[in-house]
Design a binder for this molecule. Structure first.
Ligand code: TK8
Length: 339
C-alpha cells in the first residue's frame, strides 16, 4: 500500500471516528446516576455499589455513569427515599426496614425469626413474595430492582453481656426508625430508641445509647467494636437491603437503559450476597481479635426470647395485611418442604 493511500485511509477513519464521537457528545452524554448508600466505602455495601457502577459502565458502553456515594453523604435512608420520590436523586440502596413508612408491606421482612437461613432468604426475596412486596413501590414513586443481603442481626452493647432476657432491662438500645423493631425490643425489656444509622456511631461513642443491633459485617465495617464491648449472637431477624430508583426518573429512561440497570443490579446482587456471606463467616473471629466479648444465648434463653418476640407477629400481620402474611407463611412452608 502506498504511503499516500495509507494516509488517506487513516485520515478518512479519523474523520468517521470523530464524527461519531461528536454525535455521542451532542445527543447521548453519559447519564449520571447518583447511587447513594449509608455504610462506608469499605463495607459490603460499598463494595457491591462499586460492582454495580462498573457493570452499568460496561453494559452501557460508557453511556451511563453511576456515581456511588456512601457514608450517607446524600443523607440517611429516609432522606434519600424522599429525594428519589421527588426526582432529585436517581438511585440508592438501603434497609427495607426504613421503607416501611412509605410501603407498609415492607414490614414483612422485619418479622423476628421469619427467615432462618440464607437459602430461605434468597428463595423468599427472589420469589413471588419478594416480587409482590417490591411491586408495591411504584405506586409510591419508587422502583425496586433487587434485594441485597444486609444479614442476620445481632446485639451489641457497652454495658454487659446479655445472657438472659432480663439483662436487656434498661439498656438504651438504638433501633431503626421502624415500629416492628421498636416494639420487638420494648417487648424484650430494652429502652428502644429509634435513630438514623448515620448518627449511630457517635451516639454509641457518647453513650447517648448503650447498644444497637446489626449484622456482623456492619459491626465490623462501621467499627462498632471500638465503642461496644459485648456482642450477643441472637440472629433475631434477617434484614434485606433493597436497590431502588426514582420512578420519575426511571420513566424517562429508554427500555434499553432500564435493562442495563436491571441486569447490572442482578450482577451486583449475586456479588453482594456471596461477598457478605464470605465476610460474615470470618467476622466473629475478626471481632474477637478486635477485643469484643462474644457470647451465644443458651438454647433455653433463645427460646424464651423467641417466644416473646412471636407476640409481635400479630402486629406485623395486621400491618402488611392478612393475605400477604398467609401467603408468606405458605411460601415458607413450600421452601422448607423443598418443593
Ligand atoms: C444503612 C442502614 C443499615 C441498617 C441500620 O443505611 O440502619 O441499622 O442495618 O444497614 O440501612
Amino acid at each position: 500500500m502506498s504511503f499516500l493511500r495509507r494516509t488517506l485511509i487513516a485520515a478518512a477513519s479519523v474523520a468517521v471516528l470523530s464524527a461519531s464521537f461528536a454525535a455521542v457528545a451532542q445527543d447521548i452524554k453519559p447519564r449520571l446516576i447518583r447511587f447513594g448508600y449509608g455504610l462506608n466505602e469499605q463495607s459490603n455495601q460499598g463494595r457491591a455499589a462499586k460492582v454495580f457502577a462498573d457493570e452499568v459502565a460496561k453494559l452501557s458502553g460508557g453511556k451511563m455513569k453511576v456515581r456511588a456515594i456512601g457514608a450517607a453523604a446524600l443523607g440517611p435512608d429516609n432522606q434519600m427515599q424522599q429525594a428519589l420520590i421527588g426526582g432529585a436523586q436517581e438511585m440508592m440502596v438501603g434497609s427495607t426496614a426504613t421503607l416501611v413508612g412509605i410501603t407498609k408491606e415492607m414490614a414483612l421482612w422485619d418479622t423476628p425469626f421469619l427467615i432462618s437461613n440464607t437459602k430461605e432468604a434468597d428463595a423468599m426475596l427472589d420469589g413471588p413474595i419478594g416480587d409482590k412486596v417490591r411491586n408495591k413501590l411504584p405506586e409510591k414513586g419508587l422502583v425496586g430492582l433487587v434485594y441485597w443481603e444486609n444479614g442476620f442481626r445481632n446485639l451489641t452493647n457497652s454495658k454487659r453481656a446479655i445472657t438472659k432476657m432480663e439483662d436487656m432491662n434498661g439498656i438504651k438500645l438504638r433501633v431503626m426508625q421502624n415500629n416492628v423493631f421498636l416494639s420487638s425490643f420494648q417487648t424484650l425489656g430494652a429502652n428502644a430508641i429509634p435513630l438514623a444509622f448515620s448518627e449511630l456511631f457517635s451516639a454509641l461513642e457518647t453513650k447517648t445509647v448503650d447498644g444497637q443491633e446489626n449484622p456482623f459485617n456492619t459491626i465490623l465495617s462501621s467499627k462498632f467494636y471500638e465503642v461496644q464491648k459485648y456482642m450477643t449472637v441472637t440472629n433475631h431477624v434477617y434484614s434485606p437491603w433493597i436497590v431502588t430508583a426514582s420512578k420519575k426518573w426511571w420513566g424517562q429512561l429508554s427500555k434499553d437503559e432500564q435493562k442495563v440497570l436491571m441486569d447490572a443490579a442482578r450482577v451486583s446482587r449475586d456479588f453482594e450476597r456471596k461477598d457478605t456471606r464470605d465476610e460474615a463467616a470470618k467476622a466473629m473471629a475478626d471481632l474477637k481479635t478486635k477485643g469484643m466479648m462474644i457470647n451465644e444465648l443458651s438454647p433455653a434463653e433463645s427460646a424464651r426470647m423467641r417466644d416473646k418476640l412471636t407476640k409481635v407477629y400479630a402486629t406485623v400481620a395486621a400491618d402488611v395485611g392478612m393475605d400477604l402474611w398467609n401467603e408468606a407463611q405458605a411460601e415458607l412452608k413450600k421452601i422448607r418442604g423443598g418443593k
